[in-house]
Design a protein around this ligand. Structure first.
Ligand code: FES
Length: 159
């Protein structure tokens, strides 16, 4: 049988520069990994933190909405949206008046939206000009790509 000698001296090991960098690398990888896990876990628990998912919808060719004109579009939820070419760009605004929900109409000559229910007026950006509406018309982001107009609406889930 062999003899096992126990050493009373603790093993001394020098901490090299390589050990230092290996520890730094492993520590930062661990922290990054835990950070990603926490981000996705919190997103799973609190979906509202990630913001509303949006869908990009094709509306029309730019030539279909000449300057000063309006096009009425219906989104995935059946909500009507006015797409207006202001001459400086496009705006996408809800047709629903912010007072009591009547439908607003585009007045091409005045370049304003008009609500016939209580004489509410909005400008081409949806800002209240006069009348009882308490706030601007709801707006949607618009994007023009290769002579085509797109808007971003809230995602709709079916199921
Ligand atoms: S509902 Fe539009 S002004 Fe009252």
């Amino acid at each position: 049988m062999g003899n096992i000698e126990a050493s009373s001296e603790p093993e001394s090991r020098t901490f090299t520069r390589r050990d230092f960098f290996v520890n730094i690398f492993m520590g930062s990888s661990l922290i990054a990994g835990l950070g990603f896990m926490a981000f996705y876990f919190l997103g799973f628990l609190f979906p509202a933190l990630k913001g509303k998912p949006r869908r990009k919808l094709y509306v029309a060719k730019t030539s279909d909405i000449p300057p000063g004109h309006n096009l009425r579009f219906t989104d995935l939820k059946g909500q009507k949206i006015n797409i207006v070419n202001t001459g400086d760009g496009y705006t996408a605004l809800s047709t629903k008046c912010t007072h009591l929900g009547c439908q607003v109409h585009w007045k091409k000559k005045e370049k304003q939206f008009y609500c016939p229910c209580h004489e509410g007026y909005f400008d081409a950006q949806g800002k209240v000009l006069k009348g009882p509406p308490p706030k601007p018309l709801n707006s949607y982001p618009v994007e023009v790509i290769d002579s085509a107009v797109y808007i971003y609406v809230d995602e709709v889930y079916v199921g």
